[in-house]
Write a protein that binds this ligand. Sequence first.
Ligand code: CUA
Length: 671
Amino acid sequence: MSSTLRRKLVPVALSIIALLVAAGAWLIGCRSTGGNATATIVSGDADSVIAARGLTPADVYAAVKTYQPSGKKDEYVLFASGGHSGQVLAVGVPSMRLLKLIGVFTPEPWQGWGFSRDTRRVLDEGDVDGKSIHWGDTHHPALSETAGDYDGQFLFINDKAQARVAVIDLRDFETKQLVKNPIAMSDHGGSVATPNTDYVIEGGQYAGPLGWRYASLEQYQQQYRGMVTFWKFDRKAGRIVPAESFSIEVPPYWQDICDAGKKVSDGWAFCNSINTEMATGGIEQGKPPFEAGVSKRDMDYLHVIDWRKAAQLVAAGRARTVNGFRVLPLDVAAKEGVLWFVPEPKSPHGVDVTPGGDFIVVSGKLDPHVTVYSFAKLQQAIAAHRYSGKDVFGVPVVDFDAAMEKQVELGLGPLHTQFGPDGYAYTSLFLDSAVARWTLGGPYASLHPEAPWTLVQKVPVQYNIGHLSVAEGDTVSPDGGYLVAMNKWSVDRFLTVGPLHPQNFQLVDISGKGPSMQVLYDMPIGIGEPHYAQMIKADKLKAWEIYPQIGWDARTMTADATAPQAGKERFVRNGNQVEIWMTATRSHFTPEHIQIKKGDHVVWHVTNVETAKDATHGFTLPGFDVNLSLEPGETETFEFLAEKGGTYTYYCTEFCSALHLEMVGYMTVQG
Ligand code: CUA
């Protein structure tokens, strides 16, 4: 948030609070008669409404901090995982208004996502062994970065369930590519962009035989493996290049969250793991269940990866291939200075690199502390071979005390950490249902008046927070100001909508110093279960208002010379092959009659020839699972086989003009 705006808002809030205090006696009287918003429709001036609704000064402050007058735009955009919806949410901050739900892994009819030939083709890139997958378990969105700062060009997001990564182009907020990880069936430690988006990191989750071929669980240690994949990103093409990508084979521990090093630690990646016990479950056979077996040890291993070295070794031919994908073998990674472990307590989950890249903050779900590792100490320990041994796969284990900088006690169930511009760190506490603000030490100690490495405040959130997102809070230059808590349970916070309760983002004010954090706003999001989000300054986004040329192909992001153009609409028959070039404009399609025959194979192109902002036309052909969203300039194609005779009305599905209902045509199928 700009400091100018903050300066403007705070006095407004204070003056309203002053008025509120002056009206105190009347307010108390009103409360005692039970006046509240649920029972009464209130009118009158602002003070009367405040009083009648029983709003506290903190409530009024929250309202004026978040309210956007009609037509005013937000300062930040939060890109949030849509959880099992397989989609991405774009939310304005601080208003918490939902701007868009971007279709990614799941068909999304409004955007025509998955209901045209070419959008279907992108979804099909995510097929697994030839099977169409119609959903995703989206976890961690990652904005593209330049020199460690969000650049607003691309967004990546992973599907944990199928180990897939999607590329979204932020010029039009549309998904351009899905890649299926060729060696693993599940992921978790992604998506993470390296500081210049050379690579998008995708760490694994549940170990399996590479390529998910068959191997008995009896052979777990011999046959099962974890992975960390580095997807090469071609920024100019806007695509991941699988042929230039690679994985590092790692032990069959369950790799968890990853983060990329930055600044002093650029070129490195850090991934947590659980299940260094290599538990294989089997509760039904009287064996310890996974939950017990996986959390038996006090320490698991932080994976420390020199990915530049790994890329050099892969380029030098040291990789083998699995399912056609380059994999750097575990023994090479262990011997050649690519992979080290550092012990980390206890049931580790989040790993987050500080803005300067100098510290790595690890949270153990069953440890009330966060453990802070120093990258410099880690480097010294590696150089001096300060190892406490090797794991069973021969990976050197760096001595815990040699790499650890500090442990800071925060509370129960620490999960994830983000950073402010002022030396504060923010950690989600799942079991406490709280956000902890604490101070960093080292080079950050001079930024704040409190003691370094100290808990400053815990603010309760409702409830069971997972990830949190601070404005640009995982970049080299965090903005701070706002924090969004992403809560797993809402329990009693909203009107009951059945046993599946809304899931809840809460906006937290972190603009002040010291113990000043306050929850500002609750946002039930309507879908679930969301994981991570990143918050970017809105003015970094340079999204298009219309497509640049008539006949635009949003998959290739180029003008399609063969797309339908006004005045050149046509119907071409070649045997039973039919091709149609159609245009859409307010308020008609050209042509309005399509006459085909049973047995025809039809390829049908439609271009929206509008150049006015927001003049989107829809196109549906009922009965054929076709629904296009044609933004101004855009062209789309669909194909079908006319299997039986009939009469069908195609029409525009967007209320585009007063004569929208008349934007229609008939397709007759003779036979
Ligand atoms: Cu075009 Cu309605």
